[in-house]
Design a protein around this ligand. Structure first.
Ligand code: ATP
Ligand code: MG
Length: 338
């Protein structure tokens, strides 16, 4: 059993990234390695060049994201953590699979249609073909399971179609080369909203730093951002229905729930009838308690370029070894002399 999952490297990581994405990786790692499975986690830096990007920022973001993942609990000894670029088999297998993938299949991808809009001719070829790279990302490791959100389901279907067609076209019936990976739907992740506007997503691109809790924020910054977070004048309701039409209140209670593991009902049982003057300090303290150890590790590690390079180097070595047999078998199946 092997999980493969990738994440785009970004900087300015915040509480939304932690609760919506990074924390799931840590939970999957703990769950899967406990039952003898393996997790391959990669920073999708090759995917980043499918859109306009700043080369200087890409390198920094790759290390920054690595630091955040490790600080949050991804363990490079238990999981294989690396960036795609250092494992050339991803790009090689993509080329080999380009012979199997059909233009019509890619034309049907809704992500392509959404991202390209009306200006298809102006897009990079990479934006069109990156679902084939995603197929290579998982097939190269013979992944049995791939966590997919709603927006990625279609791409995993494509990976299965490519694997199946390749197996049919180039392998003996009783000796298929590629495992068809199964989707796993991660537990519904919390969607964290801006601290300044309960209807906007917390995001790194929000110009106001007060709108988000950064993973680099210290205890003072966290307490003051929560204290100044937009709320309303009413007391908290004693039941969840009472949060309707109160997006800021709902978001703050949602954050408390995601960080504490308590249900919204439990939290309102404790805080119903109390105002934000009582709730905000409790939320701030909870965040400080849970985020301080992460924050400390993150701030140390993100400054240690050598340590981060070493983590990625070591992960890439493991990934290269794991990918080599499948890559060799693919070249052989296609009749390519090496
Ligand atoms: P941008 O504003 O550039 O889109 P972002 O802050 O939304 O940046 P992304 O890099 O787009 O962050 O997202 C990285 C990961 O974090 C994705 O898996 C995304 O779903 C998750 N994520 C981002 N923001 C939130 C949020 N507010 N709540 C929950 N998950 C989030
Ligand atoms: Mg985003």
């Amino acid at each position: 059993m092997r999980i493969v999952s990738g994440i785009q490297p970004t900087g300015n990581l915040h509480l939304g990234n932690y609760l919506g994405a990074i924390r799931n990786w840590v939970a999957m790692q703990d769950e899967w390695t406990a039952k003898g499975g393996e997790c391959f986690y990669f920073l999708a830096d090759l995917h980043a060049i499918s859109m306009p990007h700043d080369p200087k920022a890409l390198g920094e973001n790759t290390r920054e994201m690595t630091a955040a993942l490790v600080a949050c609990g991804v363990d490079p000894d238990r999981s294989t953590l690396f960036n795609q670029t250092q494992v050339p088999a991803h790009a090689e297998l993509q080329w080999l699979l380009n012979g199997t993938a059909r233009v019509g299949w890619l034309n049907r991808m809704t992500q392509w249609k959404d991202k390209a809009g009306k200006n298809r001719d102006g897009q990079s070829v990479a934006l069109f073909t990156y679902p084939v790279l995603q197929a290579a990302d998982v097939l190269i490791y013979q992944a049995t399971h791939v966590p997919v959100g709603e927006d990625q389901k279609q791409h995993l279907e494509l990976a299965r179609d490519i694997a199946q067609k390749f197996n049919n076209d180039f392998c003996a019936e009783d000796a298929p080369l590629f495992v068809l990976p199964e989707p796993i739907i991660p537990p519904a992740a919390a969607r964290i909203m801006s601290l300044r506007d309960g209807s906007a997503k917390m995001s790194k691109s929000d110009p106001s730093d007060m709108s988000r809790i950064n993973l680099t924020d210290d205890a003072d910054a966290i307490m003051s951002k929560i204290k100044k977070a937009k709320s309303d004048a009413d007391a908290l309701p004693s039941e969840a229905e009472g949060l309707e039409g109160r997006p800021e209140a709902r978001n703050l209670v949602g954050i408390y729930s995601a960080m504490s593991g308590q249900s919204v009902a439990q939290i309102l049982g404790d805080f119903g009838g109390k105002g934000f003057g009582a709730f905000k300090p409790a939320l701030g303290e909870l965040l400080v308690e849970k985020l301080s150890p992460i924050n400390e590790r993150f701030n140390t590690l993100r400054q240690d370029r050598e340590a981060l390079n070493a983590i990625l180097r070591k992960g890439a070595e493991k990934a290269r070894a794991a990918s080599a047999p499948t890559l060799a078998a693919t070249y052989d199946a296609l009749g390519l002399v090496r």
